[in-house]
Design a protein around this ligand. Structure first.
Ligand code: FES
Length: 166
């Protein structure tokens, strides 16, 4: 486990989550889901706190965390971009949308930009197939996208971020 990281992670949320769910082995998934909701990812130090303060073993917690796609071990950017690769989006050009975004952002799937502004993820159906191809940024859906529109939306977010910080 990463000792450097442990000094910079606030364990208060992990302590509250363990207190809320108890220390039984059957609480493992609920604890992981709550940790991810609190931190945005699963910090090593928080996982270690759970192992040291519950009946959940290191093998169990890492086994569950790596089995499910929903869990991640690295911090995410300020904005989460989800590109749908479900069937309807796939046949309507999701690959080109992802390609344009990877090119625009300079990152691949499941990666975060150096400025920590965006994380890019491909996902299964987002539930709005009539708008295919679709991407979501945080809670906002963008449908019937072209690669050019997908890029422009990113540029607009960047411009907004630059305006806010100036
Ligand atoms: S397949 Fe993309 S929203 Fe359903």
């Amino acid at each position: 486990m990463n000792t450097l990281e442990s000094s910079s992670v606030d364990l208060a949320p992990a302590k509250a989550i363990v207190a809320r769910h108890g220390g039984g082995r059957d609480a493992c998934i609920r604890i992981l889901q709550n940790l991810q909701a609190a931190y945005g990812y699963l910090p090593d130090a928080a996982l270690r706190y759970v192992v040291e303060n519950t009946e959940i073993s290191e093998g169990q917690i890492y086994g569950v965390a790596t089995f499910y796609d929903q869990f991640r071990f690295t911090p995410v950017g300020k904005h989460m971009i989800r590109v749908c690769h479900g069937t309807a989006c796939h046949v309507n050009g999701a690959g080109k949308i992802s390609g344009a975004l990877e090119d625009e952002l300079g990152i691949g799937n499941h990666e975060t930009t150096k400025d920590n502004l965006f994380t890019l993820e491909t996902v299964a159906c987002l539930g709005c197939c009539s708008l295919a191809p679709v991407k979501m940024i945080d809670d906002t859906v963008y449908g019937r996208l072209t690669p050019e529109q997908a890029r422009k939306i990113i540029k607009d977010y960047r411009n907004n971020a630059a305006t806010k910080s100036s």
